[in-house]
Design a protein around this ligand. Structure first.
Ligand code: MG
Length: 400
């Protein structure tokens, strides 16, 4: 690896893991984090989870897995150019969507509504829960036991109440301080990736048109350049060339504006990055505006397209029905979540002295414990698993 800048995350100065481990021999601490993420079950399931389009709508659309790989690619490019820690940027990028529900945003909203009385559901917090609690792979600890810096990067936002529960990791949301530059970068790489691939997927699905997109400055600028230089280029290839240039423009702007801001603030090390009053990684003012214009466009024309809303409504009904059925009759649950209901102790909750160990989440937290474990089960489902599970639970002609 290239020489790291002094303000990058240096693996030998990590704030460490929740359970102490000996340092890896031939990898850095952040490479180890990345490797654990790649080998996790939640990571593999990203292949069959979607963002906007449901998995069976077509093989050409992005899934959460290909999205996460695109985010990692963008984050690594910028990290290397800014002499930041590429391994950490990659680990955060690959893990950032691990807590996503089936059916993208639709799933998040429905589970949050189902969980209203039981502490809510937030996919970003769930990503942290996956790596801290839900992955069961290692003899020595629960979860993946990742470094503080990777966990800090995964936790992008957090309510004050949750922040207090999370101790060290939540402190920055109460003190209004910043995460590492690598975490800031992964966050913006996420934005660049989804804005651009949603344009691509939206066009391919026929939900938005080039005429509409030409209202957007970021698109129009590149579209005019490409069609002027290559007037005879077939449309599909023109679209790819335009999107390629849009991504390049945004990455270049992000890189240059961030480099200038870092030079201005001249942070001595990662701790002085953390105490800055605002993030140092970011677009220039003009590109920020253009990005917001594109986001608004996608919200109005793609995410609220009636065909997307129909799918969202179907997805919502499936997840809500499953949640309600399992809450009413936990006996419907298959062995794995059923066992967790019997054995798991809710994280951060000490059993009251009056209860004889072992006590379950449900014994301690009542319906809140039950709801959390059912939600973990539903949130972990892929799109196709959720549809099949719905049939197994509700359709009498299906084998269960
Ligand atoms: Mg994402």
């Amino acid at each position: 690896m290239l020489q790291l800048a002094p303000y990058a995350a240096h693996p030998d100065q990590t704030r460490g893991r929740r359970t102490q481990e000996t340092a890896p021999a031939y990898r850095s601490e952040y490479q180890r984090d990345r490797d654990r993420i790649v080998h996790s079950a939640a990571f593999r399931r990203l292949e069959y989870k979607t963002q906007v389009f449901v998995n069976h709508e077509g093989d050409m659309f992005r899934t959460r897995l290909t999205h996460s790989i695109e985010v990692a690619q963008i984050a690594r490019s910028v990290a290397r150019a800014l002499a930041l820690n590429e391994d950490l940027a990659e680990a955060v990028s690959l893990a950032h969507d691990l807590g996503h529900t089936p059916f993208g945003h639709a799933g998040q909203d429905v589970l949050n509504a189902c969980m209203r009385e039981y502490g809510g559901f937030e996919h970003n917090l769930q990503s942290l829960r996956v790596v801290d609690e839900l992955e069961e792979r290692y003899a020595e600890f629960q979860g993946l036991n990742l470094t503080f810096e990777t966990r800090e990067g995964i936790l992008k936002h957090c309510s004050p109440g949750k922040a207090r529960e999370l101790g060290d990791l939540g402190a920055r949301f109460l003190n209004k301080t910043q995460p590492s530059l690598e975490a800031q970068l992964a966050n913006l790489a996420d934005e660049i990736a989804y804005n651009n691939h949603d344009v691509d997927d939206g066009l391919r699905a026929g939900l938005i048109t080039i005429e509409q997109l030409n209202e957007i400055e970021l698109f129009r600028e590149q579209y005019n350049l490409v069609t002027r230089s290559y007037p005879a280029l077939p449309e599909r290839r023109t679209v790819h060339e335009v999107i390629r240039r849009m991504i390049n423009r945004q990455i270049t702007d992000l890189l240059e504006a961030s480099r200038d801001r870092i030079a201005g603030a001249a942070p001595a090390d990662i701790e002085s990055v953390r105490t800055q009053s605002s993030p140092l990684i970011g677009f220039g003012a003009e590109m920020r505006e253009q990005g917001l214009e594109l986001k608004r466009f996608l919200r109005e024309n793609l995410y609220r397209h009636y065909r997307v809303i129909r799918m969202t409504a179907k997805a919502g009904r499936i997840l809500r029905a499953l949640f309600e059925a399992f809450m009413e009759e936990p006996g419907l649950l298959p062995p794995e979540p059923a066992n967790r209901l019997k054995t798991a102790v809710a994280p951060g909750v000490l059993p009251p002295a009056t209860l004889v160990r072992p006590c379950t989440a449900e014994q301690i937290l009542g319906m809140t414990g039950r709801a959390r474990i059912i939600t973990d089960y539903i949130a972990g489902m892929t799109d196709r698993y959720a549809i099949a599970e719905y049939d197994r639970v509700f359709n009498p002609s299906y084998l269960s």
